[in-house]
Design a protein around this ligand. Structure first.
Ligand SMILES: Cc1cc2nc3c(=O)[nH]c(=O)nc-3n(C[C@H](O)[C@H](O)[C@H](O)COP(=O)(O)O)c2cc1C
Length: 178
């Protein structure tokens, strides 16, 4: 399972929610690899150019993954440039036996400082994953970081969001097993 997302900001909530889902995945027996924040500080994707060294592990991990979790902050109403650029690098998987995210379940998380951007960003992530031939899980997480916060250990006092984190972990684990 590969986790992608977060921001470069200290205490990034989109990073913390991503890691909370992945921690539940680990508890369910999944093996996870995370590329978050500065791990994704890659130059703008250029199709056909030599892949920059830091992108090699990232692209290889997605190629090998059975499922993914993607978490974006809402920036100016939509997916952040950092996360979208990371998704653009998946163009490298175009000619694979399983192109792009073909056949893979993808849990989607959007975290913004308001509902409009969190809900809008979740919808956009679904569109991007459909374009990449992935299967967004039925449950997506749209989180307003002014209402719900996660601590550095992935804990939150918002019980319904904590429950939703666990459901997403189960959905991304169930799909590849089926
Ligand atoms: C450049 C930038 C643009 C942002 N735009 C929005 C926005 O349009 N709507 C909103 O609700 N929050 C916006 N935010 C706030 C983030 O969505 C918020 O901090 C959220 O917690 C996700 O970011 P984080 O992972 O760094 O915590 C913006 C933050 C930054 C840095």
């Amino acid at each position: 399972m590969v986790g992608i997302g977060g921001s470069v900001d200290e205490g990034s909530q989109s990073d913390r929610v991503l890691r909370a889902v992945l921690s539940d995945v680990t508890a369910l027996g999944g093996k996870v690899e995370v590329f978050s924040g500065l791990d994704l500080d890659l130059p703008p994707y250029h199709s056909g150019a030599v892949l920059p060294e830091p992108a090699h592990d990232y692209v290889a991990a997605v190629r090998a993954a059975d499922a993914l979790v993607i978490s974006s902050p809402g920036y100016h109403g939509t997916v952040s440039g950092l996360v979208k650029n990371a998704l653009d690098y998946l163009e490298e998987l175009r000619t694979d036996r399983r192109p792009y995210l073909d056949g893979r379940a993808v849990g989607l998380i959007a975290v913004a400082g308001g509902w409009q951007a969190s809900v809008g960003t979740l919808g956009t992530l679904r569109q991007v994953v459909h374009a990449l031939r992935g299967w967004p899980t039925p449950l997506g997480l749209a989180i307003n970081s002014r209402v719900t916060t996660f601590d550095e250990r992935g804990g939150t006092d918002d019980d319904s969001t904590r429950t939703a984190v666990g459901i997403m972990a189960r959905q991304v684990m169930d799909f590849p097993r089926r």
